[in-house]
Write a protein that binds this ligand. Sequence first.
Ligand SMILES: C[S@@+](CC[C@H](N)C(=O)[O-])C[C@H]1O[C@@H](n2cnc3c(N)ncnc32)[C@H](O)[C@@H]1O
Length: 443
Amino acid sequence: MNQSSKRQMQTPRNLRADAARVIIAVIDQGQSMGQALPKAQSAYHDGRDKGLLAEICYGVMRQLPQLDTQIRRQLSQPLNGKKRLLHGLLLAGLYQLKHTRVPPHAVVAESVNACVALRAPGLKGLVNGVLRSLERDLDQLKSEQFDAEPVQTLHPGWLLKRLKSAYPDQWTQIVSANNAQPPLWLRNNASQQSREQALQRLAEAGVEARAEGNGDAILLPVPCDVTSLPGFNEGALSVQDLSAQHSAHLLQAQPQERVLDVCAAPGGKTCHILERQPELAEMVAVDLEPRRLERVQQNLDRIGLRATLHAGDASRPEAWWDGQRFDRILLDAPCSATGVIRRNPDSKWLRRDADIAQLAKLQSAILAAIWPLLKPGGTLLYATCSVLPEENVGQIKAFLKDTPDAMLSPIDQQDTVAKPGWQLLPDAQAGDGFYYARLVKQA
Ligand SMILES: C[S@@+](CC[C@H](N)C(=O)[O-])C[C@H]1O[C@@H](n2cnc3c(N)ncnc32)[C@H](O)[C@@H]1O
């Protein structure tokens, strides 16, 4: 038995203590929620506990600077070193008081109990005192206006600067969409059922749902456990944001074509392309991370689809490419994910300004390395879930300038060589922030 299992046997399991550990792992140790949260959730069997743990941790990430400011004011000295987890516990406590329906007495009692699980029973009094004092001032805390813009807007200063410069008229809209809870979007599998049939089955199961746009997207206004939806386990439905669902429609794969999906994991777009065009000659999906590629296989298995998977670096195709060119390529490039902050609020605190130039460099290296894999006459769809021009319009403009056989295939009338691509901004009622540019190789 390892040290951490021994420790867990000696101390009672406490959901607030686990939330504190996840929060501190993200804000102090730079782990993503995607790494830290599933590990913590695996200790719970009840879906409601898993859900509450996720709600608290994601909520704290969304509201972090305001919660942090309001807690620090209560402390005569910061909780550092061995006491640091208690700071995470107070962040979780204040989030619950301000933003959830958990009764305040339960928030305080559970947080005080968590001190034992966090091996700090001597700090029960401090946690009790701070949370009770915050509870007394709750109305004032909820409506407080903060002088510092990063605290008021819940965004780091470097990102605000970039958003203001790129979107002088829309940045406040972007910021408020980033701070909202994202809607739950499903993708209907057109090879198994029509969207109308899907809506009928959902209605029969008592699930409120509506279709949006001309594609496969279905909006669930009330989030639920998707695995219990009719057809989900058989692959008739998948979870995928509305904006991400444009990729298969824009790529327009045809029967007997060879298609490459670069940077494919966890495979949402690979599966959608196959659902819309089941008669491909071959679908090849590549991702750098072998463990993430396992997720692609799991998604393919659930839906009953097949693809050839390679773990490899997209900027070095010589290591995995068999030399046969592709008719269509989807390049869903690694990016800042600034279009999906509402789904990954931890990214606001994990990313740094300097990452953007590094990412833009990687994107242009991948584009240049992948372009030779496209047949003459073939189509490459470049996609990111970023809203930053350096990764999107700037990237494609430079590529078109440097690549004589690359031509823009406009997505709409605004998509021109002077300002190539289609930039979607996050919308509280609709899709994530996304960018698409479609390029054709001259025959
Ligand atoms: C935005 S995600 C892709 C999402 C995916 N297309 C989907 O729809 O489910 C970006 C992916 O790029 C992968 N990646 C990052 N750098 C890479 C590289 N140099 N070569 C190949 N894949 C890379 C990451 O592992 C990650 O899975």
